[in-house]
Write a protein that binds this ligand. Structure first.
Ligand SMILES: *Cc1c(COP(=O)(O)O)cnc(C)c1O
Length: 401
């Protein structure tokens, strides 16, 4: 008699749960692109689409300047280091990039990671313990939530963007040794900008530190693109800044934490994703350095992104669509109903526009949407072509008149 083994049961369980995801419409297929990333991409079915769903805010991901900078860095420093930083994985270009990031975001020092996920995963545990309190926005990124889980500090959560609840939590944590408030600088689902001016005031009032995750802000928020702290005029009042090299700042991969020297030195000694994971490839490190030099010399890309964003926000609203108000290049076009969001995104694909529908559980129930993300790489003509497709699909589905 044949018995099902534990292995067969294990695979059977996974198969059943995958089928359930498919039935619930929650299975995430992966779109296959056969071109570089950019304002227009080619998909593996041969279609050319205007891309409105990349985090390619400054349009650098597929840009020839980045390809050249990464080739130059590869020629000079090689393909890789086969080492963590502290053994033999630190080159001059890594030190230069850390210095450039620290200067750009306005801190004393900076430490590189393989990803912002690692930066957030490795920031709390070395710095805080059971005597301390971490006070976190309810909608913070998954990597912050995981990082906090790895740390013994007491956890406090405040309702998203709710300053009254933040104050309540600060009071509740008053007896702890250190308190740190943690928030995404910009929340990527709604494009909501954290109220850092008020958060810093509350931090002063309740003797707390402040940490921001700048993944959707570094390079373009604020007058010179330094980030949300520049946007809110609180540069110098933020204790810890984490960010990614995988979005606006080039779009390959890599992350960082920027802070005072003592904080960064402690992370270099004790942060596990830094100590036990390979150094960032020289091609990415060198190309990222070229981005920071470019952004420090000129706000042209940042300015073009904001002009594109203002144009799209104005015109999509004029067509009669409901958007979440704001100024960020994340523009949620609200459709409320999950099947409508799916149909709308599918129709836009046929019309040559790449967007993604988001629905529960990624966003709250009844808040289904397509999330548009603008880029400095888009031309106004491309945006107008995309807007015409939105208008057509919207009329066909009865969403606008
Ligand atoms: C994308 C993102 C991350 C992860 O960045 P990676 O460098 O891709 O790991 C972390 N935090 C926020 C808020 C993000 O949007």
């Amino acid at each position: 008699m044949s018995q099902t083994t534990s292995r067969q049961q294990f695979i059977g369980k996974l198969s059943a749960s995958l089928n359930q995801l498919r039935e619930e419409g929650l299975y995430k297929p992966e779109r296959v692109i056969s071109s570089r990333q950019g304002a227009v991409v080619t998909c593996d079915d041969g279609r050319q689409l205007i891309n409105l769903c990349a985090n390619n805010y400054l349009g650098l991901s597929g840009d020839e300047s980045m390809v050249q900078a990464s080739i130059d860095a590869t020629r000079e420093f090689g393909y890789g280091l086969s080492s963590v930083r502290f053994i033999c994985g630190t080159q001059t270009v890594h030190k230069q990039l850390e210095k450039a990031i620290a200067e750009f975001v306005g801190t004393e020092d900076c430490i590189l990671y393989a990803a912002a996920f690692d930066a957030n995963g490795g920031v709390f545990e070395p710095l805080f313990d059971e005597n301390d309190a971490i006070i976190s926005d309810a909608l913070n990124h998954a990597s912050i939530i995981d990082g906090i889980r790895l740390c013994k500090a007491a956890r406090y959560r405040y309702a998203h963007n709710d300053m009254a609840d933040l104050e309540t939590q600060l009071k509740a944590a008053a007896d702890k040794r250190h308190r740190i408030i943690v928030t995404d600088g910009v929340f990527s689902m709604d494009g909501t900008i954290a109220q850092l001016d008020r958060i810093c005031d509350l931090a002063d009032q309740y003797d707390a530190l402040v940490m921001i995750d700048e993944c959707h802000a570094s390079g373009f928020m604020g007058a010179t693109g330094r980030g949300t702290h520049e946007h809110h005029n609180v540069m110098g009042r933020i204790d810890i800044i984490t960010g990614t090299l995988g979005k606006a700042l080039g779009g390959a991969m890599g992350g960082f934490t920027a802070a005072r020297k003592e904080v960064i030195d402690t992370l270099r000694q004790k942060s596990r994703p830094y100590l036990f994971s390979n150094t960032l490839a020289p091609s990415i490190t060198g190309a990222s350095l070229s981005v920071l030099q470019r952004l420090s010399a000129s706000t042209e890309l940042r300015d073009r992104l904001h002009a594109n964003t203002a144009h799209f926000r104005r015109e999509i609203a004029a067509l009669g669509f409901t958007i979440k108000p704001g100024t960020h290049p994340v523009v949620p076009v609200m459709l409320f109903d999950a099947p409508v969001a799916q149909k709308f995104a599918a129709r836009l694909y046929e019309l040559g526009v790449l967007v993604t529908g988001f629905f529960y559980p990624v966003v709250p129930m009844g808040q289904a949407r397509v999330r548009v993300q603008l880029s400095a790489a888009h031309s106004i003509e491309q945006l107008n072509t995309a807007l015409a497709a939105f208008a057509q699909a919207g009329r066909e589905l009865g969403l606008i008149r």
